[in-house]
Design a protein around this ligand. Sequence first.
Ligand SMILES: [Zn+2]
Length: 298
Amino acid sequence: MTYQKTIKTDFTLEGIGLHSGKNVRVHFVPRGDNQGITFQRVDKRALPILTNIGAISDANFATIIGTNGTSISTTEHLLAALVGLGIDNILIEVDGPEIPILDGSSKIFVDALLKAGIKELTSEKAFVEVANPVTVKEDDRWIALYPYDGLKVTFSIDYPHPLIGKQRLSLNITPETFSKEIAFARTFGFKKDLDTFYANGLAQGGSLKNAIVLDEKEVINPEGLRAADEFVRHKILDLLGDMALLGHPLRGHIVAHKSGHALHHKLVFSLMEQKDRWAYKSTAGLFGLPSNLVPATA
Ligand SMILES: [Zn+2]
């Protein structure tokens, strides 16, 4: 039997927000069984927001949770750390509109969460299990889910850039493999796109300290890459963060080709809408899922 997890003690992390360029403080608080992953703006009069598909408001450049002036942006690398470490229940209080970008990976979140300690709770983990395959496509990009006894990701990318090109990685995701193989991989961007972001007032906090930046030929960052295939590793990191929108840990094999946040979100919606494609096996009951999406098998 696998039990739900939270953290042992609360802690605070601080850093610059990617889009605002302002300092943000994040307070991580342990929670009990069946509470899920919740976010709360503490600089506004706002209710906690439970992380699930009802909570997404945009996915162009980031995964934004919540709406109406109390939303929280750039949650994906933090969510990846929580999914990767198998943390089911936690409250994340933040005093601004975005989670700090830190080094552009999940490493600082993972290190801090592990330092706080992972605590096992008394309820069984409430998995969403893939029962039948689901695929979503858009042009030459696609992502699919298959039944699998565990959590596995196979990701392939193909960028017309001499340093990236074709990269593919397949990995069983456990807290150990996530911490070692995925958490360190940084987000990446192209210098020409960054110039457009800056011109539009986006990515004000963006720098070589929190992203890999590429020009036409190579990496601009003086320290270089953390792994030759850091790009596909970061794509897996992003994908895992997006799977937090299921509201429950996933059991299945995710196979993705050139996909990104928007397609990942589509996959989550597509799975939830097709009630014959998934099963929910737990005595704990579903938490926070809109009632029209509860499958017949639950
Ligand atoms: Zn990312």
